[in-house]
Design a protein around this ligand. Structure first.
Ligand SMILES: NC(=O)c1ccc[n+]([C@@H]2O[C@H](COP(=O)([O-])OP(=O)(O)OC[C@H]3O[C@@H](n4cnc5c(N)ncnc54)[C@H](O)[C@@H]3O)[C@@H](O)[C@H]2O)c1
Ligand SMILES: [Zn+2]
Length: 369
C-alpha cells in the first residue's frame, strides 16, 4: 500500500493507494476518528460491486449505516443532499461521525458537500471507485452540487479526513468511464510531469489492459501531481491550481455547445488539450513535437472522438461568457514543453479562432492527428 501525505496550511491528510485495500478502510479511519458512527454514501451499482467489503471493514470499528443515492450526474443536486441529511439524522450521526463516500465523482462531490454542511461540517472519507475520481475529484476538497443554472454552482471546500483508493475497484469500471478518467491522468503528465507523461506513453497497452502494477503506479503518480498543486494553492488563489484546467477552457465550451450529450467530459477536455497544444504551437511557445506528442498520446487512448460539426463562432462566444476571461481576454493554460503549464492572458483572438476552426473541422471529419 502506498501513502501520499497532503499537507495544507491548517490541515493534512493521507491518501492511500493499493490493491485490495477496501479491507483496510475501518482500521485506517478509526486511527483518525476513534470508534464512531459512519454512514456510507454510494449508489446501488457501485455498492453492489464493492460495498460489502467496505461495510465489513468499517463494521469492525464503526456503527455503520448506508445511504444509496440514484446513479448519475442528474442526481448531483441539493435534493439528494437533503436526503443525505435526513438519512444522517435518522442514523443519529453527530459532530464526531463520518460520512464515507464510495463511488465516482458524483457520489464524492454530493456526499462531500453533505458532510461539509451537516451539523456545520463533519468528517468525510473519500473512497473513489472511478479513475476520474481517483485522479481528480477525491483529492483537493472541492465538493458541491449542480444547479439548473450550471454545474457545480453550489459547493464548499471540505478536505477529506482520509482518501482510500483501491485500484481493484477499477476492474469493474466500464471501459468508456476508464478512458474518460485517462483524460485527467494524461493532463497531469502534460501540465507538470514529463516523466509521468512518458510513462503513460510507454505503458499505454498495459494501462488499457488494466494491468494491476501499472495502474498502481499510474494512479499514484497522478495523485502526486494533483496533491502537489493542491498543497500549494488549496483554494485556487495564486493561479497555480488553475493549471489543472488545462484543456478545460475549450473543453467546457464544447460540452456546453453539445448540450452535455454524446461526449464525455474527458473527451471534450481531450479536444480542448489538442486545441491548447496547437495554440501554443501557433504562438511559437512550443515545438511541433510537443504539440504532436500530446495529440498522439490522446489518440492512443482513443480520447479524441469524431464530433458533429460545431460552429467556431458559437464556441468563441461561450469562451467569452466563461469565468476564465480577464479584461476581455480569454485566459488559456498553455505548455511551453511537456511538464510545464502556465496561465497565458495574451493569446491573440485570431490564433484562437484559426486553431479552433481547424480542430473542429478535423474532429468533424473523424479525428485530429
Ligand atoms: N471535486 C472535484 O474536484 C472534481 C473534479 C473533477 C470532477 N468532478 C466531478 O466528478 C463528477 C464525474 O465523476 P465520474 O466521472 O467519476 O462520474 P460518476 O460518478 O457518474 O461515475 C461514472 C459511472 O461509473 C460508475 N462507477 C463508478 N465506479 C465504478 C466501479 N468501480 N465499477 C463500476 N461502475 C462504477 C458510476 O456509478 C457511474 O455510473 C462530475 O460531477 C464532476 O463535476 C469533481
Ligand atoms: Zn476535468
Amino acid at each position: 500500500m502506498k501513502k501520499i501525505r497532503l499537507e495544507l496550511k491548517d490541515d493534512a491528510y493521507n491518501i492511500y493507494i493499493g490493491s485490495g485495500i477496501l479491507a483496510e478502510a475501518g482500521r485506517l479511519l478509526a486511527a483518525i476518528t476513534g470508534r464512531q458512527k459512519a454512514m456510507i454514501v454510494s449508489n446501488k451499482k457501485v455498492y453492489t460491486l464493492h460495498g460489502k467489503k467496505l461495510f465489513q471493514s468499517l463494521l469492525k470499528y464503526f456503527d455503520v449505516s448506508v445511504f444509496l443515492m440514484p446513479d448519475g450526474e442528474r442526481y448531483k443536486t441539493i435534493d439528494t443532499v437533503k436526503k443525505i441529511y435526513d438519512a444522517a439524522a435518522r442514523a443519529r450521526l453527530d459532530r464526531k461521525s463520518v460520512i464515507v463516500a464510495l463511488g465516482g465523482g458524483v457520489v464524492g462531490d454530493t456526499a462531500g458537500f453533505a458532510a461539509a454542511t451537516y451539523m456545520r461540517g463533519i468528517k468525510v472519507m473519500q473512497v473513489p471507485t472511478s479513475l476520474l475520481a481517483m485522479a481528480d475529484s477525491s483529492i483537493g476538497g472541492k465538493t458541491g452540487v449542480d444547479l439548473k443554472a450550471g454545474k457545480n454552482l453550489a459547493g464548499a471546500f471540505h478536505q477529506p479526513a482520509l482518501v482510500l483508493m483501491d485500484i481493484d475497484t477499477l476492474q469493474t469500471l466500464p471501459k468508456g468511464e476508464f478512458i474518460n478518467g485517462m483524460g485527467e491522468v494524461i493532463k497531469h503528465g502534460i501540465i507538470m510531469d514529463a516523466e509521468f507523461f512518458n510513462y503513460i506513453k510507454t505503458n499505454a497497452g498495459k494501462i488499457l489492459e488494466k494491468d494491476k502494477n501499472t495502474l498502481l503506479s499510474m494512479v499514484e503518480k497522478s495523485a502526486l501531481c494533483k496533491t502537489k498543486i493542491v498543497s500549494q494553492d488549496e483554494k485556487e488563489m495564486s493561479g497555480l491550481r488553475a493549471i489543472l484546467n488545462y484543456g478545460h477552457t475549450i473543453g467546457h465550451a464544447i460540452e456546453a455547445e453539445t448540450g452535455y450529450k454524446g461526449l464525455k467530459h474527458g473527451e471534450a477536455v481531450a479536444i480542448g488539450m489538442a486545441a491548447a497544444a496547437r495554440i501554443a504551437g501557433a504562438m511559437g511557445l512550443c515545438s511541433q513535437d510537443t504539440v504532436n506528442g500530446q495529440i498522439k498520446v490522446l489518440n492512443s487512448f482513443n480520447l479524441i472522438k469524431p464530433l458533429k460539426k460545431l460552429k467556431t463562432g458559437n464556441i468563441i462566444k461561450r469562451l467569452y461568457n466563461d469565468k476564465k476571461v480577464k479584461d476581455g481576454k480569454i485566459i488559456f493554460i498553455l505548455t511551453k514543453k511537456i511538464g510545464h503549464a502556465k496561465l497565458n492572458e495574451t493569446v491573440p483572438i485570431a490564433i484562437i479562432k484559426a486553431e479552433l476552426k481547424r480542430i473542429l473541422s478535423e474532429a468533424a471529419q473523424g479525428g485530429i492527428l
